[in-house]
Design a protein around this ligand. Structure first.
Ligand SMILES: N[C@@H](CCC(=O)N[C@@H](CS)C(=O)NCC(=O)O)C(=O)O
Length: 239
């Protein structure tokens, strides 16, 4: 059964400019599951008003985390089957850090910070007619700015936001810095799809920020991202 992955169109020179959509596609590839991308999906039409979501032979699953759990449970050979309970706990911590904390730092640099917003606007709305693109972009930016304030990251100073992001990537670098091939050992797991999606969306996207500059100076992060991209998305070239 072919899984239909509803997501944004590829962007920023990556399979997806949304780390959640890129994670879902990375997982599908890593788990060897037959899938088809339905690009150009719209969040307000999605089952939970966010992307990605999947249609798996009539079963609709929204949210990248639930998608992974559904596919792990419904396919014969789960990618995470070899993990110990401790590995899973570490993976869970990494996932929640990147998705619920680092994500908002990325939102700040892409949607709130002026230089990043110029690139984001061009990327997501540049193909629309100028009036429409300008209005839709303004509405989307206003929403994400409010979300970022509501979540709390947007309440901080620029230096504090940078410190929040740097600390997350330092923690990831420490975990990867013991010579392991993948995040949790010698074999891939679903948590590598998370780490890959967030690292590529930082390191391979030319939106300058103190967090990106900091991460680029950590060879272990750069090497992991590059080798995972080569393995999972070999058709993409490092910019
Ligand atoms: N927990 C969700 C988060 C998904 C998410 O935040 N998607 C963003 C794109 S990166 C989205 O669709 N945002 C649309 C909006 O907030 O209106 C998941 O893991 O899939």
């Amino acid at each position: 059964m072919t899984v239909r992955l509803h997501q944004f169109a590829p962007g920023f020179g990556l399979p997806n400019g949304s780390p959640f959509c890129m994670k879902a596609e990375a997982y599908l590839r890593m788990a060897g599951i037959d899938y088809r991308c339905e690009n150009g999906a719209l969040p307000f039409r999605a089952p939970r008003r966010k992307l990605p979501w999947i249609d798996d032979g009539g079963t609709v699953v929204a949210d990248s985390g639930f998608i992974v759990r559904h596919l792990e449970a419904s396919r014969g050979a789960p990618l995470d089957g070899w993990l110990s309970a401790r590995d899973r706990a570490i993976g869970h911590g990494v996932q929640r850090t990147l998705e619920e904390n680092t994500y908002w730092v990325a939102i700040h640099y892409r949607w709130v910070d002026e230089p990043g917003w110029r690139l984001t606007r061009q990327q997501f709305f540049g193909a629309l007619p100028p009036g429409v693109g300008g209005l839709v972009g303004w509405i989307a930016r206003r929403k994400l700015r409010r979300d970022c304030l509501g979540q709390g990251t947007g309440l901080h100073t620029a230096e504090e936001i940078a410190a929040i992001g740097r600390a997350d990537f330092d923690a990831l670098a420490t975990l990867l810095d013991d010579g392991r091939e993948y995040l949790l050992g010698a074999r891939p797991s679903s948590y590598d799809a998370v780490a890959l999606a967030f690292l590529a969306n930082l390191l391979w996207v030319p939106i300058d920020s103190p967090v990106r500059r900091h991460a680029l100076q950590q060879p272990v992060l750069v090497a992991y991202c590059d080798r995972m991209m080569t393995r999972v998305f070999p058709e993409y070239r490092k910019p």
